[in-house]
Every structure is written in C-alpha cells, then in structure tokens.
Design a protein around this ligand. Structure first.
Ligand SMILES: Cc1cc2nc3c(=O)[nH]c(=O)nc-3n(C[C@H](O)[C@H](O)[C@H](O)COP(=O)(O)OP(=O)(O)OC[C@H]3O[C@@H](n4cnc5c(N)ncnc54)[C@H](O)[C@@H]3O)c2cc1C
Length: 408
C-alpha cells in the first residue's frame, strides 16, 4: 500500500506531454504521481496530431477525444504567398498517397488535457496531485520532490514535463540553448461559409506561416504568425475589423468568416536541451524542445518522448533493474536525440527561409516546392518524415496494443 509519499515515478507538469507520460508509465502497474497545477485558463491552441500520436492516445484509453472534440485531416496544402514575382507552385499532400486513411486529427489542447486528466483519475496506480513542485533533489538511489505546499515525495524516476522554464531541467544540471524569433502566433477558432474538406492549408508569407487547420463542422483553427507588434494589434482589433483582416488573408479559401472564438497570442521561441535526461530525471515535451508552430511538430514530438520513456522504463522493469538508473536515462537520451535534433533544425530552417528576403534563399525554397510538387517519391518521403521519423516508433505508437488503454 502506498503511504502517499513514495512512488516509482514522479511526473512533474500536467500538460499534454506530462499526462500522456504518466498514463504510459502507469500501464505496467508502476505507482505514478503526476504533479502540476490544474489548468487555470483555457488554452486557445489546437494541435494537429499525426497517426502515431493518435495510436498512443488510443492505447492510453483517450482516443475518443480525437473524434469527439477534433476533426480528421485528410490533406495538407502549402500555398506560396511571399509576394515574389515568381510564385512557387501550390503543393498538396494527401493521406491517400501515403497509403493512410487520414493524417490524423486536429484536437483542441484544452479538450485533450481534460480527457487525459479524466483518464488519469480512473487509473488506480496513478495519483494526480494538483500542486506546484518547488524543488527536485536527485540522489543516488532515489529523488526527492518537494511540493509548494510543503509535502515531500520520494521517487525512483522523475519525468520532467514542466514546460520551457523547466525546474526539472535545472535540477538535472542540463543546460539548454534558447533563442527567440521576432514573431508571435495569433490563434483562434472560427466558423466559415465554405467547407474545409478536411484539408489543412499553410500560406507561406514573409512574416511567417498563416495556417488554417480543419475543426469540426464548418470551423477551422487559425495559427497566424506575424511580427509581435502586428500580432498584438490584430489580437486587439474589434471583431468586425479582425474578421475583414482574416478574410483578406484567406483570399476566399473558406468563404465568409462567421463567428470568431477567443484570440490568443504566443511569442515564438526555440529551445534545445543538451541532453534529454540525467541524474534520475528524464525530460519530455517542451522541457527538452520548443519549436515554432510550423508543420505541426511540437506536441507530436512531445508525445513521442512520452512513449519512448515508457519503452525504456518497461525494458528496465523486464530486466529487473532500477527504472531511474543512469543506463535507462542514457538509453532514453539516445532514443530521442536524432528525432528532436532533426525537427528543431528543419523547422528552424524552414521558418528562417520564409523570413529571409535574399533571392537565393527564396529561389531554393521555390525549387524545393517544385520538387515536392512534381516528384512523387520525394513527396511521399517528405510525408512519411513529416508524420514521424522512420527510424523509431515506440511500442505504444505502433498498432493498438492489447488491453486497449491503461490497465487498472
Ligand atoms: C500557436 C501554436 C500552435 C501549435 N500547434 C501545434 C500542432 O498543430 N501540433 C503539434 O504537435 N504541436 C503544436 N504546438 C506545440 C504544442 O502546443 C506544445 O508542444 C505543447 O502544448 C507542449 O506541451 P507540454 O506538455 O510539453 O508543455 P506545457 O503544455 O507547457 O505543460 C507544462 C506544464 O507544466 C506545468 N508546470 C510548470 N512548472 C511546474 C512546476 N514547477 N511544478 C509543477 N508543474 C509545473 C505547467 O503548469 C504546465 O501544465 C503548437 C504551439 C503553438 C504555440
């Protein structure tokens, strides 16, 4: 019986990556404490989640949220809107050409977190603790987790899912490289006259991408990247003025814009931790990588972290070893390195290629889109790599596993 103070795993941070990690780690019956403040304000973001992420959610017993609150994505269209004399061709990737029924689902972050929290409450070996963590002290045999309310827990493994300002990252002694972009993303969901047809559209513009992603019915979610001052001004516009600015950008794609939901503004930045774990602490989600919202990579990467740490811990358990031992953390770091580094590099390059007005950079970008449009094999490879790395698929992201959901 648990005394309420010692657990096998302490997951710090109960955003989507942390909750998914907690549920994945509780599957083999480990005693898991997931610690973080309950969400206070509603996240206006949605996340396009690809097939591997959807399979993970199915395996954790929350796959229904994709269908009940989200919308299927069948295609991804890229439109060159750089205003250059020579316009690059429009490129559309379809799920069918990659042999898939759909790319995945676009799911509101708030609905996803709520579904994960409900599921966490149903798993007897998982304890959800609504509190902040004030300190993490790693030791040779276990780690101490000090909560803001004075309680202390001991755990064998800490999973740091506490976002970009991660206290766990500092406690592990892991340095991170951070950088800022002169860009902010304005987000909201809106309804419109014409159907989106399940196609997500990304306009490539000099200030950054302007993306509309299918949401249920005739609605879409918007990620509009602009210079920070422009994004702030757009966010403060009266609804009618914002509607006409949005319609102008959409160039008639979705017909008249009707109702517009609450707007949010997210300054864009990047972060790359030197390693994904050390000293009994494994980092997942934005604690280890932050990338701009281009190509819908951030949370898909965070969910792969969650599934991979679960694999490493399951392997350690099967071998009868210590789940927080250096070898386990190192294996996790090796498993994540190439995936994280390649996504950070590609998305940064793509974003900077939009911001650069240098003719050779624009010519290369245009050439890239030409190649993607005309060469089927290259396009199919780009689709496969965009959906997830070909070199690694954690077990919980493979076909639905037996038991379907976290076993009680
Ligand atoms: C505009 C925009 C659009 C995006 N679209 C997509 C998309 O389409 N697809 C995609 O895959 N990704 C997308 N992303 C990225 C995605 O939103 C993030 O990767 C994801 O939300 C990060 O989740 P997380 O759980 O790692 O971090 P967070 O959601 O930041 O969670 C961290 C949690 O840790 C808690 N915490 C912090 N400190 C402590 C502490 N000391 N003690 C306890 N708890 C603590 C916080 O309260 C929070 O709950 C987008 C991002 C943006 C900005």
């Amino acid at each position: 019986m648990n005394d309420g103070r010692s657990y096998d795993v302490g997951v710090v941070g109960t955003g989507p990556a942390g909750l998914a990690a907690a549920l994945a780690l509780a599957r083999p019956g480990l005693r898991v404490a997931a610690i973080g403040p309950a969400p206070s304000s509603r996240d206006t973001r949605t996340a396009a989640l690809f097939a591997g992420s959807v399979t993970l959610l199915e395996n954790l017993g929350v796959g229904d949220v994709c269908r009940s609150a989200g919308e299927a994505i069948y295609g991804i269209r890229i439109i060159d809107d750089m205003g250059a004399l020579l316009r690059a061709p429009e490129v559309t990737f379809t799920a069918a050409e990659a042999g898939l029924e759909r790319f995945g689902y676009n799911v509101p972050n708030a609905a996803l977190v709520e579904a994960l929290r409900i599921r966490a409450g149903e798993v007897p070996t998982l304890t959800l603790i609504d509190a902040s963590v004030a300190e993490v002290i790693p030791g040779p045999e276990e780690a101490e987790v000090h909560l803001g309310d004075g309680r202390r827990l001991t755990v064998r493994l800490v999973v740091g899912a506490d976002g970009r300002q991660s206290l766990c990252r500092r406690a592990a002694g892991i340095a991170a490289r951070t950088w800022a972009y002169e860009q902010s993303a304005l987000t909201c969901t809106f309804t419109h006259q014409r159907p989106h047809g399940g196609i997500s559209t990304e306009f490539h513009r000099p200030a950054g991408p302007f993306t509309v992603v299918p949401s249920p019915g005739r609605s879409s979610s918007l990620v509009w990247v602009e210079r920070p001052d422009v994004a702030a001004r757009l966010a403060s516009l009266e609804e009618a003025a914002f509607r006409s600015a949005l319609e102008e950008r959409l160039q008639g794609l979705l017909g008249a814009v009707e109702t517009i939901g609450p707007r949010g503004v997210f300054p864009l930045s990047g972060l790359s931790a030197d390693v994904a774990g050390r000293n009994r602490i494994a980092l997942v989600g934005e604690a280890v990588h932050v990338i701009p919202p281009i190509g819908a990579q951030g949370l898909n990467l965070g969910l792969r972290d969650a599934a991979c740490i679960a694999d490493c811990v399951a392997d350690a358990l099967a071998a009868g070893g210590d789940i927080g031992a250096p070898g386990v953390i190192e294996a996790y770091g090796r498993m994540r390195h190439a995936d994280i580094a390649s996504r950070i590099w590609t998305i940064d390059l793509l974003n900077r290629s939009l911001l650069s007005s240098a003719p050779p950079v624009q010519a290369l970008r245009g050439l890239g889109l030409h190649i993607l449009k005309t060469l089927g094999p290259v396009r199919r490879m780009a689709i496969r790599e965009g959906l997830g790395p070909s070199f690694i698929t954690p077990r919980l992201m493979q076909a639905p596993v037996e038991g379907h959901g976290t076993s009680p």
